[in-house]
Design a protein around this ligand. Structure first.
Ligand code: ZN
Length: 349
């Protein structure tokens, strides 16, 4: 496996460090601490905004055509949140973001303080009855009082899962979007080694999975000239899967459209041209649903030309999301290369 610029080993270590961390939307503290640790030696300025997003500024060398660029990757992941505790200590819950009840069944989940539970289900007639309101978390407590020593109403949990490697693929929870965070950190390494003319604001956002919220406020504060989100996208390369163009191992995906955004034509073509010129593997992405931080960023103030570099991912929003390391490296290569270019946009939206 080769990459044009990226250090693939470092990239793998970054994903392995970030993906297992606890960080459902609104409870990103552990991810934020790790991200600050990683970006501090690489950025000129690191700040945390009022909602909790991390903003790491890498100043450019300047000159004519130098722009203010925002790169966004979200720190949060899907999860579940306790809504009720019964007398026997069983916990009912609501989803945080797009969680499927069938993917929860049989899983181990973990709370912020390390408390672990199993997901159980009431007696049901068949798989079609696997609904969220039939499921509960069992943390091994025998009474409400005992359960309340560890959790309370509003405590959130996520899958308990480490990252595994199989061939050139990594499997685990929260590749969405810790793989994107890792790509952003790797890009920051590359820009430190060989600078960009542009001031690049790497934003590690909060609350993407519940409505692209952290990206909205960060973009308002930064007022970027151009923005690129880095996030995962679905693929169409599994048995009887959806008909989608994206596949694992096909390179970085350059988004044309999803349900939150039609990528700015100038940004999209800049990415395509850059990938083609540099020999970075890429594929075009049209996703008929879903959204990324770019969906919020492009509507900020009077509008921000925005695009997305995606990492194709199988089994999205399950505890076994799968990414190809070569694709992640291609995404970091593409971001690195495009950030060193003239970002004057010629094509329109
Ligand atoms: Zn995502």
């Amino acid at each position: 496996m080769q990459a044009k610029y990226s250090d693939i080993e470092r990239l793998e270590q970054l994903i392995r460090r970030l993906a297992p961390l606890f960080g459902p939307s609104g409870a990103e503290d552990q991810v934020r601490a790790a991200v600050i640790d990683l970006v501090k030696p690489l950025a000129h300025e690191v700040t945390v905004d009022a909602l909790g997003s991390v903003i790491a500024l890498r100043r450019g060398t300047g000159g004519a055509g130098a722009k203010k660029v925002m790169i966004a990757a979200h720190m949060d992941e899907i999860g579940i949140m306790v809504t009720h505790i019964d007398d026997d200590g069983f916990l009912r819950f609501a989803p945080v973001g797009g969680v499927g009840p069938a993917t929860l069944l049989g899983q181990q989940v973990v709370f912020e303080d390390g408390t672990v539970g199993s997901i159980g289900i009431e007696k049901v007639d068949g798989p079609k009855d696997i609904q969220m309101d039939k499921l509960f978390i069992d943390i091994g407590a025998t009474s409400r009082a005992e359960a309340e020593k560890a959790v309370r109403i509003g405590s959130s949990a996520t899958y308990l899962r480490d990252v595994a490697r199989s061939g050139r693929r990594l499997i685990g929870k929260a590749m969405d979007d810790r793989a994107g965070c890792a790509v952003a950190v790797e890009t920051l390494h590359q820009l430190k080694a060989d600078p960009s003319p542009h001031d690049v604001y790497f934003v590690f956002t909060v609350q993407e999975e519940v409505g692209l919220r952290g990206a909205r406020t960060a973009a308002y504060a930064i007022e970027p000239d151009v923005a690129i989100a880095v996030d995962v996208t679905a693929t169409g390369d599994t048995p009887k899967g959806e008909r989608l163009n994206m596949k694992l191992g096909g390179g970085a995906a350059i988004k044309v459209k999803d349900a939150s955004l039609i990528a700015h034509g100038g940004v999209r073509e800049l990415l395509v041209q850059c990938a083609a010129d540099e020999g970075i593997p890429y594929q075009m992405e049209v996703l008929p649903y879903g959204g990324t931080d770019a969906g919020a960023v492009h509507l900020t103030r009077s509008g921000v030309p925005s695009g997305v570099v995606s990492i194709p991912t199988r089994y999205l929003h399950t505890p076994a999301e799968m990414v190809d390391l070569g694709d992640a490296a291609a995404a970091a290569d593409l971001l690195t290369a495009v950030l060193r270019r003239d970002l004057t946009l010629t094509a329109g939206a």
